[in-house]
Design a protein around this ligand. Structure first.
Ligand code: ATP
Length: 297
């Protein structure tokens, strides 16, 4: 019995470690489709299919469980309207990434509601919720597998032709074809090394294949080489069309073209508007544009 108990302890430690590691590599738990205990908070009641792809935060407050003293989000209300692009900007630590974490329900807020099409996201299953959205992270994870599989992750039942079409739309087809074994080239730790911009285009192809109503984009902070930059921008424009998009923005061209920009500081929204109106009305925005968004395109 002792042996069993100790090996059980080891297993749970290993699972704990795996979960932490998974958190670090873009939430592998989600990839493995392991149901998270957060899912059982309330019984699912809403039918996902009829929901309007509009996101709203209603008076949301949140602190990370490990830091009860520090509010990461403070009484925040915000709407991302259907089919529009909402950019989130703000200094480091403002809470931009936390908004994405809450939307995907890696955590639930202690106060307030996050709604999809007017329905509290706690009333949806995690699977339905996460199927509605695709995340394009700053540094997409690649699996130790070939290019075909890496893109197909966006929709496991996609055919080879559908994968290739998605890669074309993501402006990735050309560089994939030039790899030693094309779509069968091996990626990951022991595989072909891709540049930052190429990895992003693989992630964009995944998202195109998934064809979600809602897009979460975390733009690269580091500059990509200018050819990649151009391709990534074009791929993103195609991806965003007709979808509800939230972007953690790091590029001047992104904020200039966003329908709305929410300026965040210390977990709260300081101001919302388009680029021109915020340049006139919001001192923090003026400062961010001068410091964070200078020297770009
Ligand atoms: P950046 O631009 O640097 O990515 P951000 O605007 O995305 O910043 P968040 O990462 O959302 O900001 O952080 C908001 C606050 O929550 C910060 O004070 C941060 O230190 C804290 N925080 C973020 N992630 C965690 C975590 N996993 N555990 C505890 N605190 C966290």
């Amino acid at each position: 019995a002792i042996l069993v108990a100790s090996s059980l302890a080891t297993i749970s430690e290993v699972i704990g470690e795996l979960q932490r590691a998974a958190g670090a590599t873009e939430r592998l738990i989600e990839l493995l489709n392991v149901e998270n205990p957060i899912d059982s908070v309330k019984p699912p009641v809403a039918d996902i299919h009829n929901l309007v792809p509009e996101i709203s935060f209603v008076d949301v407050s949140f602190h990370y469980p490990s830091r009860p003293q520090q509010m990461a989000i403070r009484q925040l209300s915000l709407t991302a309207p259907r089919g529009k692009v909402l950019a989130l900007v703000g200094p480091s630590g403002a809470g931009k990434s936390t908004i994405f974490e809450l939307l995907q329900r890696f955590y639930d807020p202690q106060q307030g509601q996050i709604c999809l099409g007017g329905v509290d996201i706690r009333h949806l299953t995690l699977k339905d919720l996460r199927n509605k959205m695709a995340l394009v992270p700053q540094q997409p994870a690649l699996f130790s597998s070939d290019v075909m599989h890496n893109i197909r992750y966006g929709r496991p039942d996609a055919t080879d032709d559908e994968v290739i079409l998605a890669a074309k739309q993501a402006h990735a087809h050309q560089f994939i074809e030039s790899l030693p074994e094309g779509y069968h080239s091996f990626l990951g730790e022991k595989g072909v090394r891709l540049s930052g911009g190429q990895r992003q285009r693989i992630a964009i192809a995944r998202a195109i294949l998934k064809d979600p109503d809602i897009l979460l984009l975390d733009e690269a902070t580091s500059a990509l080489d200018s050819e990649s930059e151009h391709h990534v921008q074009q791929a993103l424009e195609g991806l965003m069309r007709n979808r509800t998009t939230l972007i953690i923005a790091h590029r001047l061209s992104t904020i200039q073209h966003a329908d709305n920009i929410a300026v965040m500081d210390a977990g709260a929204i300081v101001d919302i508007g388009d680029h021109q109106s915020l340049l006139h009305s919001c001192e923090l925005y003026q400062r961010l544009v001068k410091l964070q968004f200078r020297q770009q395109n």
